[in-house]
Design a protein around this ligand. Structure first.
Ligand SMILES: [Zn+2]
Length: 340
């Protein structure tokens, strides 16, 4: 018996030394110390021993059990330590790897240009006002002196909501709202979305942005209009920019003109971008407020006069940033927007 006990202890410790995983330890424990383990089975044979031998063997068996248990526990700790070190090695943090930064959004180029324009006009002494995108036919057309047969009033050009309401086709109805509510002197700009039934192409979109400016006071003349526009263009694009006024026809102004500015690419020398004319075409529309429009808003045209001019913010943005397709402004392609 003593010999068998020693053999069990020796075998168990030898096997234990070979072991590399916790699973194997558990298997070994069952093999030697489990209910049907080698040590347990051996102890069952104690009954066949002479009485005086039993306590000695019993004591020895307990010692073997204790030795094995201690060794198993020791091995377990060893393996745990090795596994922990392996895991730490695997999960080691490389503090030299650059971090991941969340993308930070930016203001849309259209919004930036709109704010830049508003700031500019604020500096020039104008108030910034806003108006609704759904307005009345009266404010959008009638009060602005557009005759009933004016082509822009056609259902194929304008988004009507019903007989009396529409999506504004221009920011001019804001001028009407201000003139109806406020007595001169008036000095305002208004910017926002406008809508027309346009097919989408590289220069057209059914939704676009306008900015308009209106001045009404005593003794306002065409000279004031030209001076304001020249000042504005130079502030926006640079001192060396020139303007050119070409007669035009709008129902709400008389006289009316379209304004070209020097080509931004060649500064007026002539290049491919401006078809060698030296001019960026039709940046602004302008004119002296038609006496009938003043009358429609309850302002006496014999005492007061005014001027107005307006431009497409999309167009200004495109000219300023040399963008060749208006659709880029509305597609929200991050690769495009990132550049501003
Ligand atoms: Zn040019």
């Amino acid at each position: 018996m003593e010999e068998k006990l020693q053999i069990i202890q020796k075998n168990a410790i030898e096997e234990l030394n070979e072991i590399e995983t916790k699973d194997e330890i558990e298997k070994l424990r069952v093999k030697f110390l489990g209910k049907k383990g080698e040590l347990t089975l051996l102890l069952r044979e104690m009954g066949s021993l002479p009485k005086e031998k039993r306590p000695i063997i019993g004591k020895m068996a307990n010692e073997v059990r204790t030795v094995l248990e201690e060794n198993i526990e020791k091995k377990k700790l060893e393996i745990e330590k090795i596994e922990k070190n392996k895991r730490l090695e695997k999960e080691k943090i490389d503090i030299t790897i650059p971090g991941k930064f969340p993308d930070i959004g930016k203001r849309h180029p259209l919004l930036k240009v709109k704010e830049e324009l508003e700031d500019l006009f604020l500096k020039m002494g104008y108030d910034v006002v806003e108006g609704p995108e759904i307005d009345t036919v009266e404010n959008n057309f009638d009060a602005l002196n557009a005759p009933p047969d004016h082509p822009s009033r056609d259902k194929s050009d304008t988004f009507y909501i019903n007989e009396e309401l529409l999506l504004r086709t221009q920011t001019s109805p804001v001028q009407i709202r201000v003139m109806k509510e406020q007595k001169p002197p008036i000095r305002i700009v208004s910017a926002g979305r406008t809508f027309r039934f346009d097919e989408v192409d590289d220069t057209h979109s059914p939704m676009f942005h306008q900015m308009e400016c209106l001045v009404v006071d005593k003794n306002v003349t065409l000279a004031n209009l030209k001076d304001s526009i020249n000042h504005f263009v130079k502030e926006l694009f640079g001192e060396d920019m020139e303007t050119r006024f070409r007669p035009h026809n709008f129902p709400f102004t008389e006289p009316s003109a379209e304004v070209d500015v020097s080509c931004l690419v060649c500064k007026g020398k002539g290049c491919k971008a401006c078809s060698y004319t030296g001019w960026s075409m039709e940046l602004l529309g302008c004119g002296m407020v038609h006496p009938k429009v003043l009358e429609n808003c309850g302002i006496d045209p014999n005492i007061y006069s005014g001027y107005a001019f307006g431009m497409g913010i999309d167009r200004v943005t495109m000219v300023k940033h040399k963008i060749n397709d208006i659709r880029l402004l509305f597609e929200n392609d991050i690769r495009f927007l990132k550049q501003f």
